[in-house]
Design a protein around this ligand. Structure first.
Ligand SMILES: Cc1ncc(COP(=O)(O)O)c(C=O)c1O
Length: 259
């Protein structure tokens, strides 16, 4: 987005409080938002205002951003395929490598099908809003990531929040629903807000016992949990039981693209 609008327009009134807080934060030093690094030196170090600093706030869990094989294959892709598809998947933007990646993801996660999106955010927006429609019910953990909340806003399905990581509360909410309509429970394997892990076995059992399907966002757990790095569902032995998994290449996997 670009703007030349002066910020004294009524449209900006609602941002006054947050602008004030941001200005106060700046008074104690650097703005905490959008800190520009001068140079990234490695997965863990950067140059910032002539100082070498440690990067403790990234999602680079496996440190793969400077991995030789990862960098080589990205360069090879650009050299053989060009820099962009310049078209949507439906129109003219599906290449053979998209299909191959989907096939590999499907096999790796032992699922029936897989589809990739441009980002993890778009994956949850697209998948959740397509799965649950008018007359259906989505049950989400109260501490869900913004993209799960946004996905719920994109559909006519009714959204119900249950207490964070609380299978009993989920069950209570499911039991209160009318008999009609589909039911989709959405949880994260490892929560982005607090870094805690979902009791997926219990959540899955409660969902299925109450005629709901379960969708697990493994954005922060793929690569780090489970014998093969497939996330919390694998680590807790319920990979074969969950109905949908979403994830992203933008964290442990040092790239972009959601699935
Ligand atoms: C739980 C969760 N889901 C999805 C996403 C979106 O991933 P991406 O960065 O690929 O859009 C994030 C990113 O922060 C996340 O924390």
């Amino acid at each position: 987005m670009l703007t030349k609008t002066k910020q004294n327009k009524p449209l900006f009134d609602k941002f006054a409080a947050i602008t004030e807080r941001h200005e106060m934060a700046k008074l104690v030093g650097q703005s905490p938002i959008g800190v520009p690094f001068d140079k990234i030196l490695s997965p863990t170090r950067a140059l910032f205002q002539d100082r070498e600093i440690v990067l403790v706030g990234t999602n680079n869990y496996l440190g793969l951003t400077f991995n030789e094989q990862v960098r080589r294959s990205m360069i090879d892709s650009i050299e053989t395929l060009g820099s962009a598809t310049t078209g949507s998947r439906q129109a003219n933007g599906t290449y053979g490598d998209h299909a191959r990646l989907e096939q590999e993801l499907k096999t790796f996660f032992e699922m029936q099908s897989a589809i990739v999106f441009t980002t993890g955010y778009q994956t949850n927006l697209g998948a959740i809003s397509a799965l649950a429609g008018g007359g259906d019910h989505i049950l989400i953990d109260a501490d869900s990531h913004a993209c799960i909340y946004d996905a719920c806003r994109l559909t006519d399905a009714a959204t119900h929040r249950f207490r964070h990581n609380d299978p009993e509360n989920l069950e209570k909410r499911l039991k209160r629903l009318p008999e009609t309509g589909g039911r989709l429970v959405v949880v994260e394997g490892m929560y982005s807000m607090f870094g805690d892990v979902a009791p997926l076995a219990e959540m899955t059992e409660v969902a299925h016992a109450n005629n709901a399907m379960i969708f697990v966002d493994e954005a922060h757990s793929v690569g780090c949990f489970g014998n093969k790095g497939r996330g919390i569902a694998e680590a807790q032995g319920v990979l074969q039981d969950v109905d949908f998994i979403s994830g992203t290449f933008s964290k442990s996997l040092a790239s972009f693209v959601g699935f």
